[in-house]
Design a protein around this ligand. Structure first.
Ligand code: HEM
Length: 190
């Protein structure tokens, strides 16, 4: 399986789940012209626990299955933005996502985090326009194209065709984890 085919498989499989996330009441305001500081801080406070859990299990699995992968965590940037905004993260109150069982599932999980950098660029651009004084380290990511192409190169080696189903299932579970946590945060924020 070549890189474009694997990428297309994961994108097609997760498209409806991505749509649910970018239309989520906590995230949709990020790219609206009327974004205010409260809605922005709510989104970051909610994203924190999901990002934290996702990064932790991915870093742990990479150490086992793919120690050469140049993973760049973003949690510290998210925490710095929250601190500047004077907000605390909303904790995790749903079952934590399980670590990947093997390299193919790990690539499915990693797809979700590395792919989210593509959308982060769009969000950072919008926030810089709507809230020019607000911090946006978390959404401001450098070398996105380079990081994305590096991910697809690793994924091709670590996810052979016969294990593609595992990668898809892991990516879908990661999207579901983000969505269920955001739903829970939304209920708590009222
Ligand atoms: C308001 C929230 C969001 C917006 C507006 C958004 C927007 C986007 C956009 C525009 C792209 C395509 C970029 C391109 O093709 O150049 C993208 C890709 C992606 N986003 Fe998001 N996104 C959001 C939230 C998220 C979240 C929370 C996650 C995961 C936790 C996520 C995961 C992904 C993935 C995996 C891709 C790659 C899809 C692919 O091309 O295979 N996104 N996003």
């Amino acid at each position: 399986m070549d890189a474009p085919t694997l990428g297309k498989t994961l994108r097609d499989a997760t498209r409806p789940d991505h749509r649910r996330l970018d239309h989520h009441p906590l995230l949709a305001p990020l790219v609206r012209h009327d974004l205010d500081l409260t809605a922005y801080a709510n989104a970051l406070a909610a994203l924190h626990a999901a990002q934290s859990r996702a990064e932790a299990i991915i870093a742990q699995a990479l150490a086992t299955h793919c120690p050469d992968y140049p993973f760049t965590p973003r949690l510290a940037d998210l925490e710095a933005d929250l601190a500047d905004l004077g907000r605390r993260p909303l904790g995790l109150a749903i079952a934590p996502l399980a670590p990947a069982a093997g390299p193919a599932a790990l690539m499915g999980q990693l797809y979700v985090l590395e792919g989210s950098l593509l959308g982060a660029q769009v969000i950072a651009y919008q926030i810089a326009r709507t809230l020019p004084q607000a911090p946006h380290r978390y959404f401001t990511v450098r070398d996105v194209e380079h990081r994305w192409s590096r991910f697809t190169q690793f994924a091709v080696y670590l996810c052979p065709p016969l294990e593609q189903e595992q990668a898809m299932a892991a990516a879908l579970a990661m999207f579901r984890f983000f969505r269920e946590h955001l739903d829970d945060c939304q209920a708590r924020l009222g």
